[in-house]
Design a protein around this ligand. Structure first.
Ligand SMILES: [Mg+2]
Length: 257
């Protein structure tokens, strides 16, 4: 399985091809202030073009849908907070577990802001990220607090890039999102760069092994923070968001007779 097979399948039957992509570190450069992240020039337009020819195009991110909406519009599907939020057309769907845990999440966010400062805490309403990108010395303290909070409240703690996250328990992963959107598709590709993308890579491998799809590509945008497991599941490896844009453009060419 590889990108070349995906290009061939796109040329053959674009309507049954699905394209999934992460945002941070995949379509965007990694920068110190997460609030200032944006896709590189041309990435949004390339995705919009593909969304009109492929069966499904979705941005699958740990960010809230409200953040993703700044850059991407329908018919691109937006899956936020690892699938706790999903926007399709003009409908925003919220996972029931997210609603149930809202009071606990809100209280936990208040506590995190008090302990680590407002600039370290990304309150996503249905989940919470505490960053230590700007204060590496705080990493141990933040990780400890997150573990303690998880066992006290029942929330799920997850490691992310230079940060830790708290989610409603047994909540969705990017793999679940891909699984839902894969229905009816024969070819799929997922582009991502970090540990949160692993379940999506694994989902595609499984979909190919079980015959649900005929071909797939798991494209890794490798950087100095990439974990080894990602290389094991990746079918293709690139280095930068600019490389990703070239892939998007090649898919567009393949889809245009
Ligand atoms: Mg990422």
């Amino acid at each position: 399985m590889s990108l070349d097979e995906v290009y061939a399948a796109v040329a053959n039957d674009p309507g049954r091809c699905a394209l999934f992509t992460d945002l941070d570190g995949t379509l965007s450069d990694i920068i110190d202030d997460p609030a200032l992240v944006e896709p590189i020039a041309g990435a949004g337009d390339a995705l919009a073009g593909l969304a009109s020819v492929l069966g499904t195009v979705a941005v699958v991110s740990g960010r809230p849908v409200a953040f993703l909406e700044r850059f991407f519009s329908a018919p691109i599907e937006l899956s936020g907070l690892y699938g706790l939020e999903h926007r399709t057309g003009d409908r925003l769907l919220i996972d029931s577990a997210a609603l149930e845990w809202l009071p606990v999440m809100s209280q936990t966010a208040d506590e995190a802001r008090e302990l680590f400062g407002i600039e370290s805490v990304e309150d996503k309403r249905y989940s919470l990220t505490v960053h230590y990108r700007r204060s590496a010395d705080d990493a141990t303290r933040i990780e400890q607090w997150t573990r303690d909070t998880a066992s006290r409240t029942g929330l799920d703690a997850r490691s992310a890039k230079m940060s830790v996250e708290l989610h409603p328990p047994s909540s969705r992963s990017k793999g679940d999102v891909v699984g839902d959107l894969l229905v009816g598709m024969r070819t799929a590709m997922y582009i991502g760069d970090d540990v949160g993308d692993l379940p999506a890579f694994a989902k595609l491998k499984h979909a190919a092994e079980s015959g649900q799809v005929d071909s797939y590509a798991a494209v890794l945008v490798a950087n100095h923070e990439t974990v080894p497991e990602m290389h094991e599941l990746a079918t293709d490896v690139v280095d930068t968001p600019e490389d990703v844009l070239r892939i998007l453009n090649t898919i567009a060419e393949a889809a245009t007779p």
